[in-house]
Design a protein around this ligand. Sequence first.
Ligand code: BGC
Length: 496
Amino acid sequence: MLFQIKQLLLHYREIHTETLVSSSHLRRWKEVNKLFPCETSDVLHCESVDECLQPFRLSVSTLQSVSTRLKKDMIRGLGKHTHHRAPVKMLPTFVRATPDGTEKGDFLALDLGGTNFRVLHVRILEDEQRVVKMDSQICAIPQEIMLGHGEKLFDHIAACLAEFLDSHELKGQTLPLGFTFSFPCEQLDIDKSVLIRWTKGFNCSGVEGEDVVRLLREAIHRRGDYDIGSVAMVNDTVGTMMSCGYRDQSCEIGMIIGTGTNACYMEEMRNVKRVEGEDGRMCINTEWGGFGDDGSLRDIQTDFDLVVDKTSLNPGIHTYEKMISGMYLGEIARLVLVKLTEDKLLFDGQVSDALQTPGRFETRFISEIEDTGLENTQRILTELDLNWSLGDVRLVWLVCDTISTRSAQLCAAALATIANRIRNNRGLDHLKTTVGVDGTVFKKHPNFSQQLQATVRLLAPRCDITFLVSEDGSGKGAAMVTAVAQVMCFLDQINK
Ligand code: BGC
C-alpha cells in the first residue's frame, strides 16, 4: 500500500516536473494524502483520474507557444489594417499618463462589470497622496435586467446613482464622474466609448454598437432630477492600474482575474497605429479574453472547454477567458466531476441531480476545497447530495487543483507576453515593473497567485515583476483617470 502511494507520488512528480508545478504544490499534494488516507483501490482510481486530467496539463513549451501566439495577436490588434479581424482587440484607452501624485478633488465613480453595480464618492487627497473612498453603495443587478433591454439597464443605473446622491446629499453638486464599464469597448475619446460586445453573463439588447456614455447621460436626462459633470470611461483593468499607480508609480500594467479576465498596459504611441501621434505612451486595453476566438488555441482546449463555450451565452467569444476566469472555472470542474462519476471513478458512479445542474458547482468551491480543509470539501460534497468516500475527497481536490493551476499558468503566459513586450519596446536588458491586480480568483484562491508568479518568472526571466493587490481599484481608479484626464485637458489648453 505504502509502495503504491509512493509510486503515485513519483508519477505525480514526474508529470509535474514536466508540466511546471512548483515544490509548494507537491508539498500540498502530500498534505492532501496525509489528510485523506489512500485505499489500494484509490491508487488505481487516481491513475485513471490523472489520465482524464492530462489534457489540462500544459508543458513549459506549450505555454511558451501560447505566449508566442498571443504576441502575434497583440501586434495584429494594434495594426491599422489588421485590427478589425484580430481576436485580441488591443483597444486604445486615451489614457496617456499614469498618476504623478498631483491629482486632487472629489469625484463620483460608477463600477459596472459583475452581478453588482457600485456607486462611489471618492476624494483624492494630494497632500497625503491618497485616494479615499468617502462612501459607496452596492446595487444588485437582477438577472432580468442583465438580459433585458439596454434602456432598462441604464435607467436602473441612473436610479441607483440618484438614490446614492440623495442619501449623501450630493445632488446639488455636479461632480465629474469616472465610469468603470468592464466590457470590451471601442473608445473614441475619454468620454465616448462604444460597446463591442457583452461578456460575463450580460446580454442587454440595444447596447452593442452604441456609445455607453450617451446611454448613461440619456437615462439621467430622462429622470431630470440631477446632472453629472465630465465623464471618463474606464475599463476595470485601467482603473486598477491607475489606482495602484498612485501608490507605486512604476505600475504600468493592470490585470483582473475575477468573473472575467483581462489586462491593460502602457504601450508606446508609435506602435498604436490606429491613433495619431508617435510620442509618449497610451494605455492599451488588451481584451486578452478574446484570445483564441479565431481557433488558434484549439490544440489546448479540452472537450470540457468546448462544452462550456457551447452552452455559454456567447459561444465562440472570449475563448481564453473561458479557460481562466471565475465565471467558468466552477463549470469546467463540474463537467469533469460528472464525467469521472459516469466513468465510475467517483462517488460510486452515482451522479446527484445537483451535480448534473449547470452552474451548481461554484468557482468559490474550488478555492474552498483547495484550502485543504477536509470539512469544507465534505460540506460541499454533502450539499451537492453526493455520497462521498475519503478517496473521493482527495480526487476532487486533484480535479480542482488541476483546473486552477491551468488557469494560473495561462494567465501567467499572457502576463509574461505583456512584460516581455514592454521590455522589448524599451530596448531594456532587464525590466522592473509593477502589476496592479484585482479579482476574486487572484485574491481568494489559496495558491493561485503563487502559481501565477512562479510561471511568469519562468516565461519572462528578464522581467522583475511586483504584484500590487488593488483594493476598490476599479472604482478609485476611475476617479484617478478622471483626475488625470482633467490635468491633461488643462495642459492641452495651456499649450494651445
Ligand atoms: C471584459 C473585460 C474586463 C474583464 C474583467 C471581460 O469579460 O471583456 O473588459 O476587463 O472581463 O472584468
